[in-house]
Design a protein around this ligand. Structure first.
Ligand code: X2X
Length: 333
């Protein structure tokens, strides 16, 4: 048989059976996935970290960034991280709780008064507790969380002013038992929807509202499909920078150390960026047509307490985790 006749017959001809590595290829090429638009500070700061890692490792480790759920929804990407198809992923602790239950503890409603309580807890004992649990599940969480922010409720139909206004309100929440529980405690009707489907769920009015920090309402353009923004600050949310542990441990120790140091440094820079955005975005979101509503946190918190929310979650998290939370924020019950 000639090669020509084999080709004509549709047979596969191994012209280049051995693929050689191009001279410039990195020794390790890892993927980092996240769920946020390129315009969110997380992506700018992660890109800086990746480029510092490449430089400081002399090109041995290249980290390719896949923003905006390009590789799949958060739920899908968590599976890919566990299998090793993706090496790095930033994920909200609350969504991570579908694998590591204690990771949703920072989302307890109205727990953290301000960032002065958030960072010492998450960089300190509470974060250490969560990271210890993460390590038991084949993942590794870097020491510094990235800020998502204090979450605010938006709506396309009616303004939410009081806890009673949430009664029967159809709201999108990320996939996490704590989120569902929180909004059920208010008598709302929460639906778990991944972030990758959120804009279209709002646009097609599958739900009337959602809740997210200002930086996301802005960069994901949720103002295009939402009218009212209630400043509730009902929980603080952050992203753990997670690694597949096998893949991370496959890196030489010096490279591991460089990656963690550079991404932790970028996490701190991102926290500053988000803080600045939170201070300035109110004006620009108003200019885009959103109507801001101030709310009374005391009333919302009392409604949660009355519904038994705190008692239920104290029981679920257990004495150790709940104790670490209360050590940071004071008594919640
Ligand atoms: O899914 C969300 O709402 C987001 C983007 O805030 C999280 O990652 C939890």
């Amino acid at each position: 048989l000639t090669r020509r006749s084999m080709l004509a017959a549709g047979a596969a001809v191994p012209l280049f059976a051995i693929r050689t590595r191009p001279a410039h290829a990195a020794e390790f090429s890892y993927k980092y996935a996240n769920n946020l638009p390129l315009s969110h500070p997380m992506n700018a700061r992660a890109a800086e970290a990746a480029s510092r890692v490449k430089e400081k490792t002399g090109g041995r480790l290249e980290i390719q960034i896949f923003p905006n759920n390009q590789l799949g929804s958060d739920t899908d990407t968590l599976s890919q991280l566990r299998s090793g198809a993706v090496e790095f992923f930033t994920l909200s602790g609350l969504i991570l709780s579908t694998l590591v239950p204690t990771a949703s503890i920072n989302g307890v409603g109205f727990a953290f008064k301000d960032y002065g309580q958030v960072w010492p807890a998450m960089d300190g004992p509470l974060g250490a507790h969560v990271r210890g649990e993460v390590a038991k599940r084949g993942l590794y969480a870097f020491a510094r969380q990235w800020d998502n922010g204090y979450r605010q409720i938006t709506s396309s139909t009616r303004p939410i002013r009081t806890p009673e206004d949430l009664n029967g309100f159809k709201i999108r929440v990320p996939p996490s038992p704590l989120w569902t529980s929180l909004f059920k405690a208010f008598g709302a009707s929460p639906t778990s929807i991944n972030f990758s489907e959120t804009y279209s769920a709002l646009q097609t009015r599958i739900v009337d509202g959602q809740e997210n920090p200002l930086a996301i309402i802005d960069t994901a353009k949720l103002y295009e499909v939402q009218k009212y923004l209630s400043v509730t600050n009902h929980m603080w949310d952050g992203f753990w920078f997670l690694a597949n542990r096998r893949a991370f441990e496959a890196l030489p120790a010096d490279i591991r150390q460089t990656v963690e140091a550079e991404f932790n440094a970028s996490a701190l820079a991102e926290r500053e960026d988000v803080a600045k955005l939170n201070a300035t975005l109110q004006g620009s979101l108003k200019a885009r047509g959103m109507e801001f509503i101030d709310t009374d946190a005391t009333a919302f918190r009392a409604a949660l307490k009355k519904a038994g929310f705190y008692a239920e979650w104290r029981e679920k998290f257990g004495a150790e985790a709940w104790g670490a939370l209360e050590a940071a924020v004071g008594s919640l019950a």
